[in-house]
Design a protein around this ligand. Structure first.
Ligand code: SF4
Length: 326
């Protein structure tokens, strides 16, 4: 945390999906904060619970999901809000960007119309003012010929342009928080860096907090100030970005780091051996034990809690042997 008032406080969040195979515990009691203007990265493999946690925060989970725990936005309990207030929260105060802009954008409406709808609904701008603001936003996100492209449909945009339009939409009402879930995963590597730079720059200019969710730890370097590592529906490590990259404490974080190509670490990235847990029948003990190279007998019988490491400074780790075995 940066010491500023938290924009988002998540406390004991649980998400369970009722499926034909049984109850899947996607998020198993996760607590974290995002400070005002802070950039927090949330990283983990597919199925770690990171997207379910983000969707629970924004109220966008499907009906088969059961959610428990508390989410506060700027001190207000989101669970106590009525439907209109929740819609206003999502459209006005929390902007969202997802991996596939084509499925997030409405193919039957022009890009400009989709931006102005939010502006008119949440900021009560008239048609002309909303158009001026939308065109200006399209310029800010680097859409060429913004005046003309305002009237284009999403399928006429390239993948990178669509994601730029999504950024414009997410920031259009000057939200206090943007949640971006794998915003660059579907893009070419060269475009990825441009889009991330753009997103971070625009959030910084506006003092907008950013929760950036990704499976790729490398994406968070130079972007996040603090990182939450998720595994099996739990936060297993939380640390300032430099601590996470250079002094990671949890064996899973170390495995994630080993899977990233880094100029300061020669050699090939190593994929993480084994499979992540399904969430259907979480085993007792440490959730990472079946894949952990350091697992000992106590790891299989009791679950480690997320606790401050010797470094402190906001560095927390959920491992029985933090700092002892490696
Ligand atoms: Fe590995 Fe045991 Fe630590 Fe879990 S508690 S990460 S199994 S050493």
């Amino acid at each position: 945390m940066t010491g500023r008032v938290a924009t988002l406080e998540v406390d004991g969040l649980e998400v369970v999906f009722e499926t034909r195979q049984g109850a899947v515990r996607a998020v198993r009691g996760v607590s974290f904060e995002v400070g005002a203007g802070e950039r927090v990265g949330m990283v983990g493999e597919s199925g770690s619970g990171k997207t379910a946690a983000a969707l629970a925060v924004t109220g966008l989970l499907p009906p088969i999901a059961r959610v428990a725990g508390r989410v506060r936005f700027q001190g207000r309990d989101v669970g106590a809000l009525g439907s209109p207030e929740r819609r206003a929260l999502r459209g006005r105060h929390v902007g969202t960007i997802f991996q596939d802009p084509l499925s997030s954008l409405n193919p039957t409406l022009t890009v400009g119309r989709q931006i102005t709808e939010g502006l008119r609904a949440h900021l009560r701008l008239d048609r002309a003012a909303a158009r001026r603001r939308a065109v200006d936003l399209l310029r800010q996100v680097g859409i060429p010929a913004a005046e003309r492209n305002f009237d284009e449909y999403p399928h006429r945009f390239s993948g990178g342009m669509r994601q730029r339009a999504m950024i414009a939409m997410a920031l259009s009402c000057e939200p206090e928080l943007v949640i971006a879930d794998e915003p660059t995963t579907a893009l070419d590597v060269t475009i990825q860096a441009q889009i991330l730079e753009l997103l971070v720059g625009l959030c910084d200019e506006r003092d907008t907090a950013l929760l950036l969710i990704t499976h790729d730890l490398g994406v968070l370097a130079g972007v996040a100030q603090r990182i939450l590592v998720m595994y099996g529906g739990l936060v297993v490590e939380e640390a300032p970005v430099d601590d996470l990259f250079y002094r990671s404490a949890h064996p899973y974080s170390q495995a994630l780091l080993g899977a990233v190509a880094r100029p300061d670490r020669p050699g090939r990235p190593r994929p993480i051996a084994g499979e992540p847990p399904s969430g259907l029948q979480p085993a007792s003990g440490c959730v990472f034990a079946p894949r952990c190279p350091y697992a000992q007998a106590p790891c299989r019988s009791s679950s480690p809690v997320l606790a401050a490491t010797a470094r402190n400074g906001g560095h927390r780790c959920a491992c029985h042997f933090t700092g002892e075995l490696w």
